[in-house]
Ligand binder design. Structure first.
Ligand code: GLY
Length: 402
């Protein structure tokens, strides 16, 4: 009888422990996994100018490699910097430096789009944060000035795509929600020796975007077209989403991450409030595992592809947002949602493991163009490891624990 009772107690205790373990993401284990995968990728890098891994098609093993002009060129060196930070292994520092330096010409080339922040701040920005190498700082400052050449003061935002793109009524002015992320480099430059005007440009861009880029329910348009001379909004449209009126998952993820970052940089409570609003509408219609379908309004759901990259961006953004929100329950909610996303992404359903050498499967790049659908994509990996490092730091500081 006593034995049966003891076994019952032990089973209950193990069940409790199992649940508790399932509720936790083991950030160290996941970072180690990322290092193992990156080591495999490092062995696959071709001796070519197109040597930066970008994506692996569904059910394939081979990376598509790109050169430094590609908008995704900064994620791989950013990942290597994060691996250096997460493991302390100087091998990653040397690789990160090498791949970052390939991007240096972007600092002085004429700006061909807004992606300069993704390219230069993820690479050199992380590099400078970890090394304080003055050469990196020079490159970031020059690139911030280059990005600022795309600012249109009549509109108050950066021209995201200075070229003819369908639906954007070129030569009118277009701004895409993704552009929010690139403001971080401008904020940084203004604080680190660059012109103070860069701060004003970033604030103006975020403020005008907040006003024009969202529907009354706080879902984002992918792109907004403005009259380039009067600054008047012409229309909200999509390029990578399902429809003009739909919530493209990664677009909303850029908004969540971007307005959270704008609050960090400005401490303007309007940005904090807005970051919560754009998060709440995203969180309310997610599938159970916290990884969205590529567009929340695709009528093919539940047979539509997922977008693990959006989940990774949102997980990272929500971890930061959870540290700013004063209401303890709301902060805990954001943290729990982020951990749930990371738990799903760290499971066998999303990690690539033996299938290929990326970190994550199941991202969607450009569904309407039929490109990178249900693929492994480098920016999913970048925000995944960033989120893991943020989680590890939060756990270490024990701040804001739910
Ligand atoms: N243009 C960046 C993205 O595909 O999200």
């Amino acid at each position: 009888m006593v034995t049966i009772f003891r076994n019952l107690v032990l089973s209950a205790a193990s069940l409790f422990l199992l649940n508790a373990c399932q509720a936790q993401v083991n950030a160290d284990k996941a970072i180690h996994y990322c290092a193992v995968q990156a080591d495999k990728t490092l062995k696959l890098i071709p001796a070519d100018t197109l040597n930066i891994p970008r994506s692996i098609s569904s059910n394939q093993r081979d990376w598509r490699f790109v050169g430094y002009h590609d908008w995704c060129s900064g994620f791989w060196s950013g990942i290597l910097w994060y691996l250096y930070e997460g493991t302390g292994n100087s091998k990653y520092k040397a690789e990160a430096d090498k791949f970052s330096l390939e991007l240096a010409p972007l600092a002085v080339h004429q700006a061909t789009d807004h992606d300069l922040g993704f390219q230069i701040f993820n690479s050199f920005g992380n590099g400078y944060r970890l090394t304080h190498d003055p050469a990196y700082k020079k490159i970031i400052l020059a690139t911030a000035d280059t990005l600022a050449t795309l600012f249109n003061p009549k509109v108050g935002t950066i021209l995201s795509w200075p070229r003819a793109v369908p639906n954007m009524e070129w030569p009118q002015h277009n701004t895409i929600i993704d552009n929010m992320i690139n403001l971080e480099m401008l904020f940084w430059a203004a604080k680190n020796g660059g012109s103070k005007k860069l701060y004003d440009i970033a604030v103006s861009h975020a403020t005008v975007t907040m006003k024009n880029h969202f529907r009354p329910d706080f879902t984002s348009y992918h792109a907004v077209v403005y009259n380039k001379d009067t600054g008047k909004k012409i229309k909200g449209v999509t390029h990578q989403g399902y429809a003009a009126h739909s919530m493209w998952a990664r677009g909303q993820s850029w908004a969540i991450y971007g307005f959270t970052m704008c609050y960090r940089e400005t401490k303007n409570p309007e940005f904090l409030d807005f970051a919560q609003k754009v998060s709440d509408v995203y969180l309310k219609d997610l599938p159970d595992d916290g990884v969205p379908y590529w567009d929340f309004n695709d009528p093919a759901i539940p047979n539509a592809p997922r977008d693990a990259s959006a989940a990774a961006v949102v997980a990272s953004g929500l971890l930061e947002l959870s540290t700013f929100v004063k209401d303890k329950d709301k902060a805990a909610y954001y943290r729990q949602q982020a951990e749930k996303m990371l738990r799903s992404l760290s499971s066998g359903s999303y990690q690539s493991r033996e299938k290929n050498s990326a970190f994550l499967l199941h991202s969607t790049g450009h569904q309407p163009a039929g490109s990178e659908i249900d693929a492994a994509i480098i920016y999913a990996d970048y925000y995944y490891i960033e989120a893991l490092l943020r989680l590890k730091q939060l756990k270490n500081t024990r701040s804001n624990r739910p």
